[in-house]
Design a protein around this ligand. Sequence first.
Ligand code: FAD
Length: 622
Amino acid sequence: MFGEIYDVIVVGGGHAGAEATAAAANMGSKTLLVTMNLQTIGQMSCNPAMGGIAKGQIVREIDALGGYSGIITDKSAIQFKMLNKSKGPAMWSPRAQSDRMRFAEEWRLALERTPNVDFYQEMVTGLLLEKNKVVGVKTSLGIEIRGKSVILTNGTFLNGLIHIGEKQFGGGRAGEKAATGITEQLVDLGFDSGRMKTGTPPRVDGRSLDYSKMIPQPGDDKPEKFSYLNTPVLKKQRDCHMTHTSALVHDLLREGFDRSPMFNGRIKSIGPRYCPSIEDKINRFADKESHQMFIEPEGWDTVEIYVNGFSTSLPEDVQFKALRSVKGFENVKFFRPGYAIEYDYFPPTQLKHTLETKLIENLYFAGQINGTTGYEEAASQGLMAGINAHLKINEKDTFTLQRDEAYIGVLIDDLITKGTEEPYRMFTSRAEYRTLLRQDNADLRLTPKGYELGLAKEDRLKRMEEKLEKSEAFVSFFKNTSVLPEQMNPILEEVQSAPIKQSDKMFKLFSRPKVTMQHMLTLESVSEFVSSNNLDNEVLEQAEIQVKYSGYIEKEKVNADKLNRLESVKIPDNFDYKKLKSLSFEAREKLSAIKPVTISQASRISGVTPSDISVLLVYLGR
Ligand code: FAD
């Protein structure tokens, strides 16, 4: 094994590393996954859940391209919810609670079953370089392993420092060592690095909780799933529960503030704004007497419970005392206290759209190392880095996604164009074309691309083609079929819409507010079409969205086309912005540092104004 030259070496077996390994290997690269602990491949460091708002769309996109995160989630789910169902379909977001141990086990088994993957457990402490090209890695035992490309996915482990109250100690995650050597070498090579922080709540013994004092939070009555393939749908589910903090709990927590590393200056780095610790919430929203807490089982059979909403790095005695004052937690027993962790990251403006570093050829970064937070964000970067590492060493064209094609495209473009100074998580609001980027159509958007890459297999493409064909036929049926007033008016009356006086096309009437597919299915000709063409729920949902949102979808497509025209205006490599004196000073600095590939990307860099873009367009002869 050590004499071999790998095509791709992936450092780290978290969400990014696991997807990178699977992608590169499935495309045919001889791939080595080196990770510090083979028992923690795909470990969920924080909450045992995948998906959620905007993140659920990312998991669907990974799946549509041929990645594994969706399949693994379906196999290990204990509860499923489609969030935001009361809003438009662009906002629907799948979320699943997972069995944490099964999730990691399924990942490990999936990778073991993937051809072309070798495994090795050890800490990578450095990179092997020849000039400005990476040619392998060095481990803590001094072993040198050669590879044509290297993907770093070190997560929260680089010089990780864990804080619990006044105690601090090195670690990449509770119970695991921090990784050293890599940051120092990269900084010597000229990379910028920074520090970020994240935190996690205590885990407790479910047998010590009184659920009768909490509000049950069941999964959906008709649970769906993540993968577009034939993965299992949940037949039974485990409930979560909700409880609340109180003024008393806040007072007890405040007693520990002087020993809090957040407030006494020990933690200097910035944490995820949208996942604040409980002490942060109390401090920032001092007038709020109560905060929600979601009590989430860690699996089917384990009694361990994740206390969502109570992330904290206060001293463990303070955590314990305050938690015992929460309704239902009066007799709580701790499994593990909450903690915060600080770690190194590398500002992602140092990367190309392929996630290859600009400084060192064939070296890729993916996941939390790029300043993101979240399993989904990490996994999608891993997938893209794995794909691109394989393509590069095979001298093939790069694979990137545009902002109107995928949340993954938005994520990577945001990272490398704007950078991030606080842990970056995805939101629907970050996407300008969110009506196009829905969870229901990720397969239609991306599976043909995944198939072309050799990642998505034939069965996946066939399923997608059948769904497309059937939903288009159903939409055509609505466009071409008329309905009589006596058939349609009862529906219109029910939704308080004006009655029709003569027959009209179904498409037009179905487009009216509050008329749903369920209403249309009560019309005989519609239900006959459904049964004779054997249409399933996915097709019904797709057709409904295509009818009801056709106006919005068309409008966004027109806007996206406008953007894509700018996308086609390429800026030559090594373009010398310094010589364009009519650019603002700030634009010259930022453009020189970020080196955008297109005018469109240049226009998204903060500090680059429309007049700077006009200067560039004139210079480039447009
Ligand atoms: P990780 O999942 O961290 O995986 C890194 C992997 O690399 C590990 O397997 C490690 O063993 C391996 N590794 C590292 N260095 C080396 C090396 N030198 N040699 C070999 N192997 C190496 N996300 C949220 O969205 N919300 C939260 O509230 C949240 N809270 C968190 C709290 C804590 C305490 C932690 C630790 C993480 C939290 N996260 C949270 C982040 C989430 O866990 C990560 O975003 C996600 O796991 C990142 O995936 P990754 O693959 O980049 O890295």
